[in-house]
Write a protein that binds this ligand. Structure first.
Ligand SMILES: *Cc1c(COP(=O)(O)O)cnc(C)c1O
Length: 464
């Protein structure tokens, strides 16, 4: 049998990887020259690579491994479910126990009247569902012209054509013909980069009121919904000013447009409540979920839908669904993940222990000469790097150059911390302890010191 195992030397694995594996969001040639870091196993908050490095995963994989690595209960559940019923669908008037149990559990956990779940295989698929569901909802209500969905620049809602169009990533839109028609983008509430001379709250209010201006311009009779991440994740962990979401909610209510909260990152404990909507005071009609739903142990996503929207959709056949909607193994694993989150009181741990400790340590990072602002809510935080704090100046280099240099130092110091432009971001597993937070912070400081030295050596320590 021709097996590719971890026993193969790293260099050989890297060669095969470069020859045959196309990586997401990666310049393949650049990676091939350098060789990918190959992760072999993981436990708790630590990854182990094929060279034996133990790396603190400050990003929970891709913001998803909320309960941490190595929980064999999930593997056991998957094996049992595969033996009993590895696959069946819920099309054509059938159902199965894992999908029933998971949807009931989600209805119990979700706030308000969000009591109905449409499953998908990922967050991208769930947002594609949302595009069609909100338009179909208005059509069913006799208002088929309500089709436009308003989103924000620098939002991330997935990578399929629909969800990538909802998102506001210009680098994505430049490739392959996005966005699709019927999506309108307003500006994001990123005060650090875009606030200019405005005071933070005034800026937040102005950015929220762009929604009102857009609805007026498009005509309320043409607008179906607004979508936003409670806290933008992939855009750089942009924590909005206090007043932002209450103003958005007022506008959605006033014009009667649906509000979709994309909870793919914020959901399942990340912000210290079950959902980011609770932390930020949002009352959505639909929530997108994925990532932490299964802690990444299985691919699964979905839309949690209000009584009102679900009751309208139920009146006729909704011609939509995925082969793996409510997949029994993924559903069973997600259910076990939720059991662990709940019984081990992991959301309480975030709110009462881990977040307060990390917030204190993270805020102190502004003492570093290169860190302009360091904001964090729950266990998702970011810091803005700058050569001049008072003016919030950018570096005299392409955006992301300095961030990348710091990220490389983090990796070398066995810490996964991502960069988005010149912001450094973290979102560690929710089970992280104060002692582990100390290690994270120590490695982050060291990496910033080394990063700053490299920036100076490269002659980039200059305001643009
Ligand atoms: C990751 C992400 C998605 C897309 O989820 P996939 O499972 O990668 O398709 C959607 N929305 C947000 C906020 C995300 O962070």
């Amino acid at each position: 049998m021709n097996m590719i195992t971890n026993h193969m030397p790293t260099a050989e694995l890297q060669k095969l990887d470069a020859a045959h594996h196309m990586h997401p969001f990666t310049a393949g040639d650049g990676l091939a020259d350098k060789g990918a870091r190959i992760i072999k196993s993981a436990k708790g908050i630590y990854l182990t690579d094929t060279d034996g490095h133990e790396i603190l995963d400050g990003m929970s994989g891709l913001w998803c491994v909320n309960i941490g690595y190595g929980r064999t209960e999930l593997a056991d559940v998957a094996a049992r479910q595969m033996a009993e019923l590895p696959y069946y669908n819920t099309f054509f008037q059938t159902s199965h126990v894992p999908a029933i149990a998971l949807s009931a559990k989600l209805a119990e956990l979700a706030p308000g009247d969000l009591n109905h779940v449409f499953f998908a295989g990922s967050g991208s698929e769930a947002n594609d569902t949302n595009i069609r569901m909100v338009r179909h909802y208005w059509a069913m209500k006799g208002q088929p012209s309500k089709r436009v969905i308003i989103s924000r620049r620098n939002a991330y809602h997935g990578s399929s054509v629909g969800s990538g169009s909802l998102g506001g990533m210009s680098a994505m839109h430049e490739q392959g013909g996005m966005p699709i028609p019927g999506i309108h983008h307003i500006n994001q509430p990123d005060w650090w980069s875009e606030g200019g001379d405005m005071e933070r709250e005034a800026f937040g209010l102005a950015r929220a009121q762009e929604l009102e201006a857009a609805i007026e311009e498009l005509g309320p009779e043409n607008v179906a919904a607004f979508i936003g991440e409670p806290i933008q994740g992939a855009g750089g962990v942009i924590i909005p000013p206090e007043c932002y979401w209450s103003e958005i909610k007022r506008i959605c209510d006033h014009y009667g447009i649906l509000l979709i909260a994309d909870e793919v990152i914020c959901g399942f404990g990340r912000t210290g409540n079950w959902f980011g909507s609770e932390t930020l005071g949002i009352t959505p009609d639909i929530m997108t979920i994925a990532k932490g739903l299964s802690s990444g142990y299985q691919p699964i996503g979905g839309s949690i839908v209000s009584d009102e929207v679900a009751s309208v959709i139920a009146q006729d056949e909704f011609n939509h669904g995925y082969t793996y909607s409510g997949h029994p193994v993924a559903s069973a694993v997600a259910l076990e993940n939720l059991r662990i989150l709940q019984e081990e009181r992991i959301v309480d741990h975030v709110r009462d222990v881990a977040a307060p400790y990390l917030v204190e340590k993270w805020s102190q990072m502004t003492d570093h000469p290169m860190v302009g602002e360091a904001r964090i809510t729950g266990l998702m935080g970011s810091m803005a790097l700058t050569p001049h704090k008072e003016s919030r100046a950018k570096f005299k280099a392409d955006a992301g150059t300095v961030g990348f240099m710091c990220r490389e130092r983090c990796f070398a110091n066995n810490l996964v911390m991502r960069h988005v432009g010149d912001r450094m971001i973290i979102a560690p597993p929710l089970v992280i302890t104060p002692a582990e937070i100390d290690i994270l912070i120590e490695r982050a400081w060291k990496s910033l010191d080394q990063g700053m030295a490299a920036v100076k050596d490269a002659g980039l320590w200059e305001p643009a």
